[in-house]
Design a protein around this ligand. Structure first.
Ligand SMILES: Cc1cc2nc3c(=O)[nH]c(=O)nc-3n(C[C@H](O)[C@H](O)[C@H](O)COP(=O)(O)OP(=O)(O)OC[C@H]3O[C@@H](n4cnc5c(N)ncnc54)[C@H](O)[C@@H]3O)c2cc1C
Ligand SMILES: NC(=O)c1ccc[n+]([C@@H]2O[C@H](COP(=O)([O-])OP(=O)(O)OC[C@H]3O[C@@H](n4cnc5c(N)ncnc54)[C@H](OP(=O)(O)O)[C@@H]3O)[C@@H](O)[C@H]2O)c1
Length: 460
């Protein structure tokens, strides 16, 4: 633990009144990490590996981020039936493989225990302050950072030389803009879905074409009276296994090819083995296979072909006890589950501390803000693959920068790189969060190259 401000201070305490020199000395090379999910834990480890003192603040009472089922005061969106949708070997940290006898797509309880093992193996737990909710992060005139919040001992206030925001972006429900009409039945967001019991005995409408919608529609098809799945824009539904292996390992086999060539190849495999989504009554995708966040499900198409899920297009209107779809069909519904994704929010940073909007931060390599020295972001990406190795690669670069072993290029070079990345992302993924989009394998390779070529180009 770093030797920052000695003890928790009461709510009414004035701004840190210690002399600047004392504040700077106590904060010397100590780093605050906000969040003990996969990204935050990887950052703690990377800093520890470089002997940099670190304190990690976690608002939940267990480490593991959203993989802690019902563990983070209701902020985790995990549900009882949740399994990985990125395969085991493509998800594990390079530093800590998952047990070889685990299934290809482990259950969320296994992932929570894996993250716990990771923290225990590398002795990270001592750096984590649980039940500690960070409420504000402030840059002082002398360049140190003050982190304030509420913990087990009441209000706390600590000084650090650097802060890493690693608080995740899948916990603030994004509700749709209201549809015309009113609905008399029940409604919930996928964030609040915990178990199929919530669906039992109801006529359920699941809305969305992402992975939450896939899982919840399949659960619903086994427990509800009937399930309708409304997807407004076509998506490719990729089985978790293709050609007898986890489908994300196929992408890995072809990763040296440009993504357009990979797309042609993989789309051909999918069309041949599964057929296009419209053969199952789903809308036709307007984008290529690799030009959207992957939607994976082994069971969805089978439940449609068994008549247990009825596909529907987008919603035209709500109509009392029913919903009217774009094709004019009207279905009576008891419960709508909005699987409409998540807002990116970082509430402990003031808007002016966030470079751009939370969904479109002008970060160099998705990590480094253009101006705020000593502030880093980890985990604010939308990857084609697993989030874990991405967080691990970011963590190593952050730790190297804090240690002075990696230097950033000049500001204008960083901003030019940011603009180039966003342009390329727009060409591939369109306008949906282009500033957060990464091709997982390419990005991890890029960060490794940055690290190995460290110190060549610029100033800290
Ligand atoms: C349902 C679901 C399934 C998913 N499945 C996969 C998958 O199969 N494979 C995959 O790679 N990714 C998956 N993801 C993406 C997921 O975001 C990542 O797996 C991973 O959890 C990201 O780690 P993180 O540490 O960045 O964020 P999180 O796991 O969200 O962790 C953030 C942590 O920060 C803490 N925190 C937040 N605010 C504060 C604060 N103010 N003060 C203190 N602590 C705070 C939170 O309590 C939490 O513990 C899934 C996402 C969802 C929603
Ligand atoms: N391990 C797993 O099995 C698993 C399970 C669940 C989630 N996840 C992960 O968790 C993250 C979030 O996934 P998610 O599925 O919750 O969200 P998501 O990927 O953001 O998908 C949201 C879906 O809702 C649709 N939508 C948004 N607004 C809508 C509206 N107003 N009306 C109708 N449809 C609307 C979107 O369609 P448009 O494209 O048209 O906007 C999209 O299909 C992803 O990274 C995902 O991979 C993983």
């Amino acid at each position: 633990m770093p030797k920052e401000t000695p003890k928790d201070t009461p709510t009414s305490s004035p701004p840190d009144a210690r002399p600047k020199a004392a504040r700077r000395a106590s904060a010397e090379r100590s780093v605050a990490v906000i969040g003990a999910g996969p990204s935050g834990l990887a950052v703690v480890k990377a800093l520890r590996d470089r002997d940099i003192p670190v304190t990690c603040f976690e608002r939940g009472s267990r480490i593991g981020g959203l993989w802690v089922f019902e563990g983070v005061n209701g902020t985790s969106p995990a549900y009882s039936t949740l399994h990985l949708n990125s395969s085991r070997t493509r998800t594990e940290f390079a530093d800590h493989p998952m047990p070889g006898d685990w299934p290809h797509y482990p259950h969320h309880t296994q992932i929570a225990s894996y993250l716990n093992d990771y923290a225990e193996r590398f002795d990270l737990l001592g750096a984590v302050r649980l039940d500690s909710d960070v409420e504000a992060v402030t840059r002082e005139d002398d360049g140190t950072w003050t982190v304030t919040g509420t913990g087990p001992g009441g209000r706390f206030r600590h000084s650090f030389t650097a802060v890493v925001a690693a608080s995740g972006h899948n916990w603030e429900a994004r509700w749709p803009t209201p549809y015309p009409g009113t609905f008399g039945g029940d409604q919930m967001h996928s964030h609040d879905y915990r178990s199929p019991r919530q669906l039992a005995g109801k006529r359920v409408l699941v809305v969305g074409g992402g992975n939450s919608a896939m899982d919840i529609a399949v659960d619903s098809s086994h427990h509800a009276v009937h399930t309708t799945l409304s997807i407004r824009e076509g998506v490719w539904v990729i089985p978790k296994h293709l050609l007898g292996r986890p489908s994300d390992t196929l992408g890995a086999l072809t990763r040296r090819l440009p993504w357009q060539a990979r797309q042609v190849l993989l789309e051909r495999v999918l069309r041949t083995i599964v057929g296009p989504p419209q053969h199952y009554g789903l809308p036709a995708p307007r984008h290529g296979l690799l030009a959207a966040h992957p939607t994976l499900s082994d069971s969805l198409l089978a439940r449609i072909t068994h008549g247990e899920i009825t596909p529907a297009p987008g919603i035209r209107a709500l109509d009392g006890d029913a919903v009217v779809f774009d094709d004019g069909a009207r279905r009576e519904i008891d419960l709508i589950v909005w699987c409409t994704g998540y807002e990116v929010t970082i509430p402990y940073l003031r808007p002016e501390q966030i470079p751009g909007s939370p969904e479109a931060m002008t970060l160099y390599l998705k990590i480094f803000p253009p101006d705020a020295e000593g502030l880093y972001f980890a985990g604010y990406t939308q990857s084609t693959g697993s989030a874990f190795p991405v967080g691990e690669a970011q963590a190593r670069l952050i730790a190297a920068h804090v240690a002075g072993a990696y230097r950033l290029p000049p500001r204008q070079v960083r901003l030019a790189r940011y603009r180039r990345d966003v342009r390329a992302a727009r060409e591939r993924w369109g306008d949906k969060r282009p500033a957060m989009r990464i091709d997982g394998d390419e990005y991890i390779g890029l960060l490794r190259r940055e690290l190995s070529g460290s110190g060549v180009r610029g100033s800290r």
